[in-house]
Unconditional design. Structure first.
Lengths: 150, 144
């Protein structure tokens, strides 16, 4: 009887080991990308901006935020760190100096972990202002997803 | 004696014997002119009184209407949050920018702009306003 015990155990375990694994999530290997956000103040000096980005939380996760290309906005902007766990983030920055961009400029770069093939982003410019604090109603926002590092 | 008891002939004779008063025409004209002036003055003062009363009533109506329209119950309740420094009804980066510019200009800061309540108005208040502007971790997202 003692000799049969390992064999019985083996007989019981083999089917379990050979059985196909249970339903696994569709395997879309996540990739990392970044989203560049641009603001074009159309000739006015851009001194402050605030925009909101929404993305389906299942499609992409925001993993980091960095500043823009112009010296006025290359420091990390203001954002809520808790937003990294949401599909919604508000990003804002200002500069009280005189060296300000007057043409289209990248104001922020968002690093993303993307789970789906083509996440849908919604970016809206909430406000933009010149050095005197006057709102720039003509300013436009755009974005561009780049990078693919699986 | 009662004149009614006298014969009418006697009464007429007595009346005829009384001297008739004579008023010089100049005096008559002067009395008439002064009477006219007095009547005109009275009419003018009456108009002035009417105008004053009407103006007072109109002013009272306007004052009551103004009080009614500006009564707190009639005003839309706009509750500005502390961070909304530019009083545009929402907290955004422009409020932080407003305070930062004010601090850079070395303007005398207003104590009401001590957003973080540390007893002074400085860059930390700017950061506190900016943090409130981008907050999404509360229900409803950023302060507004």
């Amino acid at each position: 009887m003692r000799r049969l015990a390992p064999q019985c155990l083996l007989v019981l375990l083999v089917p379990v080991m050979l059985a196909p694994t249970r339903q696994q999530a569709p395997t879309t290997s996540p990739r990392f990308a970044y989203l560049d956000v641009f603001i074009d103040p159309r000739g006015s000096a851009l001194a402050a901006y605030q925009f909101e980005l929404n993305v389906d939380q299942n499609a992409a996760t925001i993993v980091g935020v960095e500043g823009g290309e112009h010296v006025a906005f290359n420091a990390a902007p203001y954002y809520d760190p808790a937003a990294l766990t949401y599909g919604r983030i508000i990003i804002a920055a200002f500069n009280t100096g005189s060296d300000l961009p007057t043409a289209k400029t990248r104001v922020a770069r968002l690093h993303l972990r993307i789970a789906s093939s083509a996440p849908e982003y919604r970016v809206s410019l909430e406000t933009a202002a010149d050095a005197s604090g006057k709102k720039l109603d003509q300013a436009v926002i755009s974005f561009d997803e780049k990078g693919n590092t699986p | 004696m009662d004149p009614e008891s006298l014969p009418s002939r006697v009464v007429e004779a007595l009346r005829a014997s009384e001297p008739q008063p004579t008023v010089p025409p100049q005096l008559d004209a002067a009395i008439l002119a002064s009477a006219r002036i007095a009547i005109r003055r009275r009419a003018r003062s009456r108009w002035i009184i009417r105008a004053v009363v009407a103006s007072g009533a109109a002013a009272a109506v306007v004052a009551i209407g103004f009080r009614w329209s500006t009564h707190p119950d009639r005003q839309p309740q706009v509750a500005f949050v502390r961070e909304d420094l530019n009083r545009d009804g929402r907290v955004d980066i422009l409020d932080a920018f407003y305070l930062a510019r004010k601090l850079d200009a070395a303007g005398a800061p207003d104590k009401s702009q001590d957003v973080n309540g540390d007893g002074k108005v400085d860059r930390s208040d700017v950061d506190a306003i900016a943090a409130a502007a981008v907050r999404v971790s509360t229900v409803g997202g950023g302060a507004s």
